[in-house]
Design a protein around this ligand. Structure first.
Ligand SMILES: [Zn+2]
Length: 400
């Protein structure tokens, strides 16, 4: 019998790799954990090459089954959620508890290969690209990055039946018109322009349908389907083309979870759910219809929406909503700095803020004209007192 993800997630705190507390861990942190894991009999650890700045990449292998599954995370250095989830997953397999039957099933039917943190140089400085400035996920053909070469050669060597391509997406993505963020987005990437569904892609779609069902029970209407436009330079699209049924899991936003610790749990759950289905080989009856019913992602979320703003220009008063997004940067001493950008302004009905502030009865004083894609520079005054301000993107809250 299958264990449900809700049941397994109930014990999540026991699996959680407690050494990783925030999103800003680096290669040294995971190297320590990999060293510990290598001492167990369950995982075989192999050094498979180095990043541009000579940080070693490790492949972890477990299981004895004939179905080969390859999972890789953090090709984009600033997308760490799934790396955290993979270390939680290693603990799940290493622990003995009431889900031992599930683990046994997965490890008997599958051989699992993990490449966590494909882009350690990017992770070090929390950037998408690697140390050469290359977006590894556009380097499948040109093979100019050592990380891209390692990832591609591993696929060719392992020839996995299934692949899990693990990323974070901007928290602006919403689950269609549900009003909720796409906390998790799923996709079986296309392998051609016309988005053909062959037997390889079909399997990925069917497994995703099952994962979605379980996630929906846990976070109703917070799952999106990523746009399936063919990206000929990306790994997922090409792996699908090479015969690996590839499942993209993107970790998005959730209210009050900037640190993505709830998302981490969901990604862990989604992976366990997928592996269980693959091991049981019970996905082949799933219709593709259900997959296409997962609402397609649309960008309807802002970090903050300032609602009902009153502005004045040439003595004329007018009203608008202002949508702000947060730009995250690590400063030189590795402290997180958040700068808010004006993303859109006007009638933002049908759009949502993780935080919404109703500014009716206040007045907004602008330093510059409202222009999308610029750092917010404005002051919110109520009865002549400043209650909120943005200076060069930096927020100062007073009585709000
Ligand atoms: Zn990514």
């Amino acid at each position: 019998m299958m264990s449900t993800i809700s049941e397994i997630l109930h014990l999540f705190e026991e699996y959680k790799a407690k050494e990783i507390k925030s999103r800003f861990f680096n290669h040294r942190d995971i190297e320590k954990l990999i060293q510990q894991i290598s001492k167990s009999n369950l995982f075989k650890v192999e050094r498979v090459g180095e990043s541009f700045k000579n940080r070693p990449l490790y492949l972890l292998k477990t299981g004895q089954g004939s179905t080969k599954v390859f999972l890789w995370s953090q090709m984009h250095g600033d997308e760490p959620t799934a790396t955290m989830a993979l270390f939680d997953l290693f603990n799940f397999f290493l622990k003995t508890d009431k889900f031992d039957d599930t683990k046994k099933l997965i490890l008997e039917k599958c051989t699992l290969y993990f490449l966590p943190m494909v882009n350690p140089d990017g992770a070090e400085v929390f950037t998408r690209r690697n140390a050469q400035g290359i977006d590894i996920n556009r380097d499948f053909h040109h093979q100019q990055s050592p990380e891209g070469r390692i990832l591609r050669s591993l696929r060719d060597k392992i020839e996995p039946h299934f692949g899990f391509n693990l990323h974070d997406q901007t928290i602006r993505w919403s689950a269609g018109n549900t009003g909720n963020p796409a906390t998790i987005s799923l996709l079986a990437p296309a392998f051609d322009k016309s988005c053909t569904i062959n037997t390889i892609r079909l399997k990925a779609i069917q497994v995703i349908t099952g994962i979605n069902k379980e996630l929906q029970a846990f976070i109703p209407s917070h799952v999106g389907r990523f746009n399936d436009e063919f990206e000929p330079r990306a790994f997922g699209d090409n792996f699908q083309n090479c015969g690996t049924s590839t499942i993209l899991i993107e970790s998005g936003g959730y209210t009050n979870d900037r640190e993505k610790q709830f998302n981490r749990k969901l990604v862990f759950g989604a992976i366990v759910s997928g592996l269980e289905r693959i091991a049981l080989n019970n996905y082949s009856k799933q219709s593709t219809e259900e997959y296409f019913l997962i609402p397609e992602n649309s960008k309807r979320h802002f970090d903050i929406i300032l609602r009902n703003c009153t502005l004045r220009k040439d003595d004329i008063e007018y009203h608008m909503d202002i949508g702000l997004t947060a730009e995250e940067e690590l400063n030189s001493d590795k402290k997180l700095q958040i700068l808010y950008k004006i993303e859109d302004a006007g009638d933002l009905t049908g759009f949502y803020g993780y935080e919404e502030l109703n500014l009716r009865g206040t007045e907004i004083v602008l330093k510059n004209n409202i222009e999308p894609e610029t750092l917010a520079d404005l002051t919110v005054k109520k009865e002549n007192e400043t209650i909120l301000s943005f200076k060069n993107g930096k927020i100062t809250r007073k009585n709000i």
